[in-house]
Design a protein around this ligand. Sequence first.
Ligand SMILES: [Fe+2]
Length: 302
Amino acid sequence: MTMTERDPLTGVTVDRLTPALGAEVRGLRLAEADEAMAAQIGALLVEHRVLFFPDQHLDLDQHVALGRFFGPLEQHPHLTNAYLNHPEVFELAASKGGIADEWHTDLTFLAQPSVMSILNMVRCADAGGDTMWTSLEAAYDELSPALQELCEGLSALHDATAHGRPEAWAIHPVVRVHPVTGRKALYVNDHFTRRLVELTHAESELLLGYLTRWVTDPRFVVRYRWTPGTIAMWDNRCTQHCVVNDFGGERIIQRVTIMGDEVEGPGPRWSPHTARRGAVTYHDRQLKAALRERSRPAAGQG
Ligand SMILES: [Fe+2]
């Protein structure tokens, strides 16, 4: 594998950024995207998990049109930017507190978290404000076989407490299997994952803390330095991301997200574990409530 690949017919170049994930793509004009280009990009995304396209400068219509090639778009469940007149475009401005500086996979508190996000870097920080992505597949692969096997038998409760909405929740397998590649990914994140369902609260705190730190090991991470007008796309099924909150001044991004699918993975090997008596039952209230809601036949789920 060379780090740079150039297609002699189209002139498109693909620069691999790290062994774990990430590539910078030049020679495609995303404003003129068509089905063939979308298929080409989709294949690159499966291979690299996060792609960067510098110097694109898409307007809102072009951004939305690009997203639609990859599936139906969703509106953010808790945040709106009505002034954009595009409900599918979600804007984060640093001056309004929009700095996603905690590691996360987008919207994992939903039963079907988005499969892919497309970000337009509208205004960069003067210096700093890089974004990091991590490969959850590399993170899974590098666990010991013993811990891999334990994780495959677990599920996790995710919620939107980070958005002030703890009642929005979902339970997903801790090991997610990618529907295209069949590869396994460690599917827990610091921002939304609250509890490993089959462990005690104390065990969950320890293991979840370990796993959410583990996925941020620099070997699994690409850190990208932005220029204005760059488009980034990532596969939300096997990555996490985090902004480096080291900058002052303004930084504005706009994002569209492609609607999600069911999170596939090995089913839990044990029953949910909650304490029956004692002060520690306090810690299990949320999990018990979620399990009660899940067991109701017509229950809605976050
Ligand atoms: Fe995000």
